[in-house]
Design a protein around this ligand. Structure first.
Ligand code: OTN
Length: 485
C-alpha cells in the first residue's frame, strides 16, 4: 500500500529527480520540472501523508469509570488494568498495515498515564504495578520494537487541574510536554484537541509549539482553534470518518481558528486557501472514544471500515482510527478481527494494478523523464507531467485485453501543489465508444490520493480526462483494481 516511500526526511525522490533534471541542460530531451503552484507541503507533511493510516488509543481513567468525559475527580485508585500489553496493540496494527499510532497520555479529566513529576493525579498513585507502572513508556517501547511511529495526545483541556486557563497552567502543560518529548521520543505527532480548549491562547500554543519544534523537529502537529498557526494537519470537521468531496489540502488559517463557523471549509478545504494544512480524519472503531463493554456488539463492521477508508485515505486525507483498549489493557478480539480484515482487504485490493503494463498516450506530453508510463510504474521517484501551457489533458490507457475493475486510484505530485481541479474517468471496449463511470464524473480534487469504488466495469481502454487545472497536470499514479473481499 505504501509504495510511495520517501528516502529521507528532507529530500523526496521527486524533488531530487526534478532538481537533477533541471541541472542537465545537455541531456537530449531533458525537460525542466513543472513549477509548484500555490501552497506546498513541508517535509513533515509529506512524511505524514505516506503514513496513510494512524491508530489512536484512548485509554485512561475513563476506561475504568465507564465514562468518556470524566470530570477529573475520580480516584487514581480506580485505575488498574489487569493484563496491559502494548505489544498486543502494536501486533494488531502490524496486521492492519498501520505504521503509526497516537496514545492519549492525558485526556480532559487530567489523569496522567505516565508517572509525571508535575502532578499526583497519575498512575503513580494507582494500584497498577504498585504505582510503578508507566503506560506511555510501555506504549513507546512497544512502538519502537514494532517499527511503529509513536505520537502523543496531551489534552490541552484539563478538568482536574484548577490552574486550567491561567498562565500557571501554561507552565504546567509546558513542563509535561517537555517531559514527554524529552524522555519518550522519537515522537512523531502531537495532538492538540480543540475540545474544551477555548481558554488557551495563541501565546500559550506559541510557547508549546516552540518546545515541539526544538525537541522533536520531525513531529507533526495536529492543530485546532488557537493552535492553527502551528498546524501541520487540521481537523476534518466531523468524527464520522467522512472527508469532503472535494477535499483540498489548502485552507485559510482563519477557518481553522474559527472552526464552529467553518465546518464546511474544514471538511472540504479551500482551493484558494493560503496555507497547506491537510485533513486528519479521527474516527473510532466503536461508537465511543473510550472502551465500554456495552459497545462490544457495536464495533464497526468491515464494510463500514472499508467505506471509511475510501472516504478518508481515498479523499486526500490521513485516517486516524481509534481502538479503545479495554479494562484489561488489551484491544478486544472483535476490534482486532475487524482491523485484520480491513488490512487484508487493503493489501488484496491494491496488490495488482490492472493498468500496469498498459500502453499510455496523452494529449500534451511534456517529454523527457515525465513519461506517461510513469503513472503505472509503482516507483516513488517518477511521475507524468504535461507541457507548461496545458491545463487539461486526456490520458488514455490501452489495457491490451479486457479487464474487470471496480476501484480507481489517482495520485497527484503533492510536492508541486494542487494542480488539477477537474477530472473524470471513462472506459471503452474498443477505444472509440466511451462510457462514463458515474462515480468518477465531475470530480475536482486529487492531492496525495483519491480512491473511488463503483459497480464493476469491463473494458480494454480507460481514460482520465483532466478538464480543469491551476497549472499543467502532474500525475504520480493511475491505478484500477478489483476489490478483494
Ligand atoms: O463536543 N465536542 O467537543 C465535539 C463533538 C463532536 C465532534 C467534535 C467535538 S470537539 C472537536 O473535536 C475535534 C476532534 O475530533 C477537534 O479537536 C476540534 O477542534 C474540536 O472542537
Amino acid at each position: 500500500m505504501n509504495f510511495r516511500k520517501i528516502i529521507s526526511q528532507f529530500t523526496t525522490p521527486l524533488v531530487l529527480m526534478s532538481a537533477i533534471s533541471a541541472f542537465l541542460p545537455f541531456r537530449v530531451n531533458a525537460q525542466t520540472a513543472p513549477a509548484p503552484v500555490g501552497p506546498v507541503p513541508n517535509a513533515r507533511q509529506i512524511e505524514w501523508y505516506h503514513r496513510e493510516m494512524i491508530a489512536f488509543f484512548h485509554f485512561g481513567m475513563n476506561t475504568f469509570t465507564n465514562d468518556n468525559e470524566g470530570d477529573g475527580t475520580a480516584s487514581p485508585r480506580l485505575f488498574n488494568p489487569t493484563a496491559l500489553d502494548c505489544r498486543q496493540w502494536t501486533s494488531v496494527l502490524k496486521s492492519a498495515g498501520i505504521t503509526s499510532a497516537i496514545f492519549v497520555a492525558k485526556h480532559a479529566d487530567g489523569f496522567c498515564n505516565w508517572p509525571t513529576a508535575h502532578t499526583n493525579y497519575s498512575v503513580k498513585n494507582s494500584p497498577w504495578k504498585d504505582g510503578k507502572g508507566d503506560v506511555v513508556r510501555e506504549f513507546t517501547d512497544a512502538c519502537k520494537s514494532a517499527g511503529i511511529k509513536a505520537g502523543i495526545y496531551l489534552g490541552p483541556h484539563d478538568r482536574h487541574d484548577s490552574r486550567y486557563g491561567t498562565d500557571d497552567y501554561s507552565d504546567y502543560y509546558a513542563d509535561q510536554l517537555s517531559e514527554l518529548l524529552r524522555n519518550y521520543g522519537p515522537i512523531w505527532e502531537i495532538w492538540w484537541d480543540g475540545a474544551g480548549a477555548d481558554k488557551l491562547t495563541t501565546a500559550y500554543y506559541t510557547r508549546w509549539a516552540d518546545s515541539v519544534r526544538r525537541l522533536q523537529p520531525n513531529c507533526v502537529v495536529f492543530g485546532t482553534k488557537n493552535s492553527n498557526a502551528f498546524a501541520d494537519c487540521r481537523w476534518m470537521g466531523n468524527e464520522s470518518g467522512i472527508s469532503g468531496d472535494p477535499c483540498w489540502s489548502t485552507i485559510n488559517l482563519s477557518s481553522i481558528k474559527n472552526e464552529a463557523d467553518n465546518i464546511a471549509a474544514l471538511n472540504h478545504g479551500e482551493l484558494d486557501g493560503t496555507a497547506y494544512v491537510p485533513a486528519e480524519v479521527d474516527v473510532s472503531i466503536r461508537p465511543s472514544w473510550f472502551y465500554h463493554p456495552e459497545e462490544d456488539t457495536r464495533v464497526k463492521t468491515v464494510a463500514e471500515l472499508w467505506d471509511i477508508y475510501f472516504n478518508s485515505v481515498g479523499r486526500n486525507s490521513v485516517l486516524l482510527l481509534n481502538y479503545p483498549p479495554n479494562k484489561e489493557g488489551l484491544i478486544s478480539p472483535v476490534d482486532a478481527k475487524r482491523s485484520d480484515s480491513l488490512g487484508a482487504m487493503i493489501r488484496g485490493t491494491f496488490k495488482t494494478n490492472l493498468a500496469s503494463g498498459a500502453s499510455v498516450k496523452t494529449l500534451h506530453p511534456r517529454g523527457g523523464i515525465y513519461k506517461p508510463s510513469n503513472m503505472t510504474d509503482r516507483l516513488e521517484s517518477t511521475y507524468y507531467a504535461a507541457t507548461d501551457d496545458a491545463r487539461t489533458d486526456t490520458i488514455t490507457f490501452n489495457l491490451g485485453t479486457a479487464k474487470t475493475f471496480d476501484v480507481l486510484m489517482i495520485q497527484e505530485v503533492i510536492e508541486l501543489g494542487h494542480r488539477t481541479t477537474g477530472w473524470s474517468v471513462e472506459y471503452s471496449k474498443n477505444g472509440k465508444n466511451w462510457l462514463p463511470i458515474p462515480e468518477a464524473t465531475g470530480k475536482q480534487s486529487i492531492g496525495y490520493k483519491w480512491l473511488l469504488k463503483f459497480k464493476p466495469v469491463t473494458a480494454s481502454y480507460v481514460r482520465l480526462r483532466i478538464t480543469a487545472g491551476k497549472a499543467c497536470p502532474a500525475i504520480h499514479t493511475f491505478g484500477i483494481y478489483k476489490q478483494q473481499m
